[in-house]
Design a protein around this ligand. Structure first.
Ligand SMILES: *Cc1c(COP(=O)(O)O)cnc(C)c1O
Length: 386
C-alpha cells in the first residue's frame, strides 16, 4: 500500500523515488541486459534484465503504490500487459468483456487467444441481471473498462466485481481512461488493473507501454512468472520516460478534465451536434455511478455530427487538433472509431453496440481551451453541406 495517502504526493514520491547509491532524485536509466555475479549463486539482486531491472522495478513499485496493489508489472505495450494477464487462463476458459471494450482487446481474444481455445462473450456489464445470466460455468474472468471506449459507457465496478466474485471470476479492469488519479479499481473490488501507459500515464505521446497491478501475493507470483517467461517487458529508457510522465499526472489530469467539461458543454449546445458522450455531463448515462467511483468524468468525449455535416471535411479542416490514433497526451487528438481504433470489430457488432460511422472521439488536451474550441468550431462550419 502507498506510503503517501494523497495521490498527488505518491505520484512524485511513491515506489522507489531516490537512487539509494548516489542519492539522485531520479532513478537512473540502468541500460544493461545483465549483471556481474560475485560467484556461483551470488547475485546482487539482479541477474538478467528480462527478469529484473532497477529502472523498471522503480516504475513497477510506483504503479503498485498508485493503484494500491501488492505488485506492479511493466510491459512493452498495453496489449503486452493484457496478454500477460490473459495468460493466467487455460484452454476451455471463457472471458466476459464489456461491450465497448478497446478494439485491440477484442482482436486479441477473437483472433489470438481463440487459437488456445480461450473464448469470450460480449457482456452487458451495465445491467447486473443480464450480466449475471451471462456467467456460465466455463467463465473464469471479466474485463471491464469504465468509461468504455468510445461511447464512454460507465460500469458500476463495485457491483460487477461483487457479482463476479460470487461466481469465482477474476475481475480485470482496464483503467487507461481514468488513471489511478481519478479511479482506483482495486479499492472497488477488482483483482487486477491494466493500463495502456502509452496514454495518460506517459502523457506526452512519446512512449508505448503497458502496466498491470495485482491485489494478491498469489497473483503477483503468477504474473511475475508469466512476465519473465513470455518476455514482453518494458525497456529501461521507456521505464524512465514513464516515471517522468507520471510525476505530473495530477496537474495534467486537472487541466485535461477542466478543458473536457468546457468542450462537452460547448458540443452539447451546438446545433451541428446530435449526441455527446461524456460521463462528466449530468445528462449522460453513467453520470451518477461515475461520480461515485471516480473523481470526475475524465477527458475523453465522443460526439456525433448531424447528417448534413460531412465528417471527412470536418477531419480535414482541423488545424490545431490532429487526426490520430491514441489519446491521453498533452495535445488534443480526434479519431474516427469506426475506421480507426474500432476497425477490428466487425461492422455488424459495431452497429449493434452503437459505434456509428458518424461518431467522432476527442481526446481533450491541455492547450488553451479557447483555441481548441475555436478550431473545432471552424472545422464544423466548413463541414456543413450547403
Ligand atoms: C490504447 C489502449 C490499449 C492498448 O494499449 P497499447 O499501449 O496501445 O498496446 C488498451 N486499452 C485501452 C483502453 C487503450 O486505450
Amino acid at each position: 500500500m502507498s506510503s503517501y495517502k494523497n495521490t498527488e504526493t505518491a505520484l512524485i514520491h511513491g515506489g522507489i523515488s531516490i537512487d539509494e547509491r548516489t542519492g539522485a532524485v531520479n532513478i537512473p536509466i540502468y541500460q544493461t541486459s545483465t549483471y556481474k555475479q560475485d560467484g556461483l549463486g551470488k547475485m546482487r539482486g539482479y541477474e538478467y534484465s528480462r527478469t529484473g531491472n532497477p529502472t523498471r522495478e522503480a516504475l513497477e513499485a510506483l504503479i503498485a503504490d498508485l493503484e494500491g496493489g501488492v505488485a506492479g508489472f511493466a510491459f512493452g505495450s498495453g496489449m503486452a500487459a493484457l496478454t500477460a494477464v490473459l495468460s493466467l487462463l487455460h484452454s476451455g476458459d471463457r472471458v466476459l468483456i464489456s461491450s465497448n471494450v478497446y478494439g485491440g482487446t477484442f482482436r486479441l481474444l477473437s483472433k489470438v487467444f481463440d487459437h488456445f481455445d480461450i473464448t469470450y462473450t460480449i457482456a452487458d456489464t451495465t445491467d447486473l441481471t443480464v450480466y449475471e445470466s451471462q456467467i456460465s460455468s466455463d467463465v473464469k474472468a471479466v474485463i471491464i473498462e469504465s468509461p468504455a471506449n468510445p461511447l464512454m459507457t460507465v460500469t458500476d465496478i463495485k457491483a460487477v466485481a461483487e457479482v463476479s466474485h460470487r461466481h469465482g471470476l477474476l475481475v480485470i479492469v482496464d483503467n487507461t481512461f481514468m488513471t489511478p488519479y481519478l479511479q482506483k479499481p482495486l479499492e472497488l473490488g477488482a483483482d487486477i488493473v491494466v493500463h495502456s501507459a502509452t496514454k495518460y500515464l506517459g502523457g506526452h505521446s512519446d512512449v508505448v507501454s503497458g502496466l498491470a497491478v495485482v491485489n494478491s501475493k498469489e497473483l503477483a507470483e503468477k504474473i511475475a512468472f508469466i512476465q519473465n517467461s513470455t518476455g514482453g517487458v518494458l525497456g529501461p529508457f521507456d521505464s524512465f520516460l514513464l516515471i517522468r510522465g507520471i510525476k505530473t499526472l495530477a496537474v495534467r489530469m486537472d487541466r485535461h478534465t477542466e478543458n473536457a467539461v468546457k468542450a462537452a458543454e460547448f458540443l452539447e449546445q451546438h446545433k451541428a451536434v446530435r449526441n455527446v458522450y461524456y460521463p462528466g455531463l449530468k445528462s449522460s448515462q453513467g453520470y451518477e455511478i461515475n461520480r461515485r467511483q471516480a473523481k470526475n468524468g475524465g477527458a475523453m468525449i465522443s460526439f456525433e455530427l448531424h447528417e448534413n455535416y460531412d465528417i471527412n471535411t470536418f477531419f480535414e479542416s482541423l488545424e490545431l487538433v490532429s487526426l490520430a490514433e491514441s489519446l491521453g497526451g498533452v495535445e488534443s487528438l480526434v479519431c474516427h472509431p469506426a475506421t480507426m481504433t474500432h476497425a477490428s470489430i466487425p461492422a455488424d457488432i459495431r452497429k449493434k453496440v452503437g459505434i456509428t460511422d458518424g461518431l467522432i472521439r476527442l481526446s481533450v488536451g491541455i492547450e488553451n481551451i479557447e483555441d481548441i474550441l475555436a478550431d473545432i468550431q471552424q472545422a464544423i462550419a466548413k463541414s456543413e453541406r450547403k
